[in-house]
Design a binder for this molecule. Structure first.
Ligand SMILES: [Zn+2]
Length: 293
């Protein structure tokens, strides 16, 4: 039996691409890519939830052609995910696909307030706040390696395992896009919402005394054990928890007085009277100067 496939309208195509943020609704990979020569490629499909034919995956002869071609019945998927869902129709039922799509649309909407920071470049990690980094990964659906931290009191005390842990997290940070606002010279203190994530590109920081035996609660109150960066009219203080300093070398750098670093921070509080923001870094690293690839 043959049937004329009702064409998907341009308006519906654009609608689902827009709602999807240009990403596969299942794995969130970008579906539209451009290379260094400016050549573009579309690596995805407008996949049908109810099959366009009566015998395809998730077919339902009761749904008419017009509904089969409408945006309500479509989900933007990359080629890999499209093959997967069509070959595994029991696992990827109509309801399941509609749910995957609706959750993806909600995620795109939620992420809209944040810009995407692509692959921050750095060659050495000074600092990885494991609990904060894990939380960020969960919120942003980034898969994390299974790293054994166990009872160690600091990353530096892990010895050989510290290298594995740093490599694992470096890999995550280098291969995922980060959802955060970028701190610019002209960023105003008033823009920093508590709980938001901000990315600091390579900048000059100053360090206050960071002691290994620091009492973090009192250090917090006195703004010790921090590194800070100056903006026009305010300062960003990043609280340094000595447990998350990666190596002895990093320890020396962070306590040296000045350093150049980049990283991702979580805003904990904002003090408008004293014109300061206090943040917890998720990671801080040395910028990639092109010699360390
Ligand atoms: Zn996909």
């Amino acid at each position: 039996m043959t049937r004329n496939r009702k064409k998907i309208s341009e308006a519906d195509r654009r609608f689902i691409v827009g709602k999807s943020g240009g990403r596969c609704n299942k794995c969130r990979r970008e579906v539209f890519v451009e290379n260094e020569f400016g050549e573009r490629a579309r690596l995805g499909d407008d996949a049908h939830i109810v099959a366009f034919s009566d015998i395809g995956p998730r077919a339902n002869p009761q749904v008419d052609d017009e509904d089969r071609a409408s945006a309500r019945n479509l989900i933007l998927l990359c080629k890999t995910c499209h093959s997967e869902v069509d070959q595994q129709p029991k696992e990827y039922s109509r309801d399941k696909l509609a749910q995957i799509r609706d959750e993806h649309y909600a995620w795109v909407e939620e992420s809209l307030g944040n810009s995407i920071i692509r692959r921050p470049k750095f060659h050495y990690l000074y600092y990885i706040n494991i609990p904060r980094a894990d939380m960020y990964a969960v919120v942003n659906s980034i898969s994390l390696p299974n790293v054994r931290f166990e009872g160690a009191t600091s990353i530096r005390k892990l010895g050989m395992d510290a290298g594995h842990l740093m490599a694992a997290y470096t890999n995550v940070i280098n291969h995922e896009e980060l959802y955060a606002n970028e701190l610019k010279r002209e960023t105003e203190l008033e823009e920093l919402a508590i709980g938001s994530y901000w990315f600091s590109p390579a900048s000059n920081f100053r360090s206050k005394k960071i002691s290994e035996q620091i009492d973090l609660v009192s250090a917090w109150k006195k703004l010790e054990s921090t590194i800070y960066r100056k903006f026009d009219g305010w300062k960003l203080f990043c609280l340094i928890d000595p447990r998350w300093i990666t190596t002895a070398t990093a320890y020396v750098t962070l306590t040296d007085g000045t350093l150049t670093a980049l990283g991702l921070v979580h805003i904990n509080s904002v003090d408008f009277e004293n014109r300061i923001a206090i943040a917890s870094p998720l990671f801080l690293g040395a910028p990639d100067n092109g010699f360390f690839q």
